[in-house]
Design a protein around this ligand. Structure first.
Ligand code: ATP
Ligand code: MG
Length: 409
């Protein structure tokens, strides 16, 4: 892709009400466009990051038997009254149309449970797992943290249906492994944290990323054997970890995902039952498993940036390499040739082909956009050669195109 063809441009301006690091950088670099507090459009670069994160999440959900579906955003009021959440869900968006009142889905138990009733009849129909990656709506009071807290945002939500508690617990452990894989693959160190289970279960597990701008707080062992949300913390910071990894630490964090036991709370509300092998009717047991896809994108930026811009991990970056051409007489064919060879080799290249833009400005934009590898073609580097520098390193190296392709793959 040529920079001159890209729909977005970098900019030095940020809306004055935007205070979060992730939104400032993502707006300036041309990943998102701000519509209002907590509401953003995803530009081509941003959509590409969202797609990359979504693909990783899909692979991991498919690997634990998840089947992808799409449920509606527009949800009848009756469904929400059935669970009592039409009144009690504090951030529910309620809308009125010709056909009555609706909720804009902030989560999907009210849809997935009555749907499962159409298909789950007996113990032979269980377990089952469905998930979606879909836009959620929540009337958040403080939507000041950019992508970390949207009023409209993208979530992956998986729901599992089980006959027995033991079967649920087995799946819950599998989901934990899938979650660890997701966060590792997107380049985040997410700490598995004990949190409140709400009204119907003792605990839940949250995935927390240490970050000063986070709204959550945990007490954890840096050695990795303990973490609790301070909402429920039973221990104090400074206490020695059990495995001898030194004292427990208190830290601000971003919750990027969570997994939850729902027991029979929603299945009972909708009468979702199955007939067991003994002929008796029993309530289906459920789990739910969320990941904030757009929040993840924001969290990656919060954790991985410097004063110059974003530093994307390779797995989610919109391109593999950012090719900067420093104009000089006769070098035009060099860069064209290199772009062609790289593209043919399957390297996704963003080529800054702008004319009459200074090298300094091109480098500054490359740092801001944050693609993991920067390439330079110039008279100084020489014909048939490319200078390569990784975004998170300082020293450049020079390669022939062939060696570079080998290096990048
Ligand atoms: P929080 O405590 O941060 O409001 P939550 O407990 O309400 O989160 P869930 O309802 O469990 O979150 O949603 C599942 C996941 O969706 C969360 O782990 C988070 O990653 C993401 N998420 C929740 N609310 C938002 C939001 N307003 N904007 C972006 N992502 C969100
Ligand atoms: Mg919330």
């Amino acid at each position: 892709m040529r920079v001159t063809d890209l729909f977005s441009k970098t900019s030095k301006q940020v809306p004055s009400d935007e205070t979060s690091v992730n939104a400032k950088l993502l707006i300036r670099a041309g990943y998102v466009d701000k519509v209002a507090a907590g509401i953003y459009s995803y530009l081509p670069l941003g959509q590409s990051v969202i797609n990359n994160i979504s693909s990783i999440v899909r692979e991991e959900m498919d690997a634990i038997g998840g089947q992808e579906i799409t449920m509606p955003v527009l949800q009848p009021k009756a469904n929400w009254e059935q669970t009592g959440r039409w009144k009690s869900f504090d951030v529910l968006f309620r809308v009125r149309g010709e056909a009555g009142e609706f909720a804009l889905g902030p989560t999907h138990e009210e849809i997935v449970v009555p749907m499962a009733k159409h298909f789950v009849k007996s113990y032979g129909d269980l377990p089952k797992y469905v998930y979606q990656i879909q836009t959620k709506f929540r009337d958040e009071v403080r939507a000041k943290a950019g992508l970390l807290r949207g009023r409209e945002f993208l979530m992956k939500d998986l729901y599992s249906f089980h006959a027995t508690e033991a079967d649920f617990e087995k799946y819950y452990e599998k989901a934990k492994v899938a979650y660890r894989n997701v966060f590792k693959r997107v380049g985040l160190n997410a700490i598995e944290t004990r949190a409140s289970g709400g009204t119907f279960s003792k605990y839940s597990d949250e995935y927390q990323v240490v970050c000063e701008s986070g709204e959550d707080e945990i007490i954890y062992c840096p050695g990795g054997d303990f973490s609790e949300n301070t909402e429920i913390a039973t221990v104090k910071e400074g206490k020695q970890c059990d495995l001898g990894h030194g004292p427990l630490v208190r830290a601000k964090t971003i919750e990027v995902g969570n997994i939850f036991s729902l027991k029979d709370k929603y299945s009972s509300a909708f009468g979702l039952k199955y007939t067991d092998s003994d002929g008796k009717e029993k309530p289906v047991l459920m789990g739910c498993y969320g990941i904030g896809i757009s929040r993840l994108m924001g969290a990656i930026v919060e954790v991985m940036h410097d004063e110059r811009g974003i530093i994307w991990p390779r797995s989610v970056a919109p391109f593999d390499a950012h090719l900067v051409h420093i104009e000089d007489t006769g070098t035009e064919p060099w860069v064209k040739e290199i772009y062609k060879k790289l593209t043919e080799a399957g390297v996704a290249v963003l080529w800054d082909d702008r004319e009459n833009v200074s090298a300094g400005e091109k480098f500054a934009d490359a740092d801001l956009i944050g693609i993991p590898v920067r390439l330079v073609v110039s008279k100084k580097v020489g014909k048939g050669k490319v200078e390569m520098k990784e975004r998170d390193k300082e020293t450049p190296r020079v390669f022939t195109v062939e060696d570079l392709i080998r290096e990048l793959s």
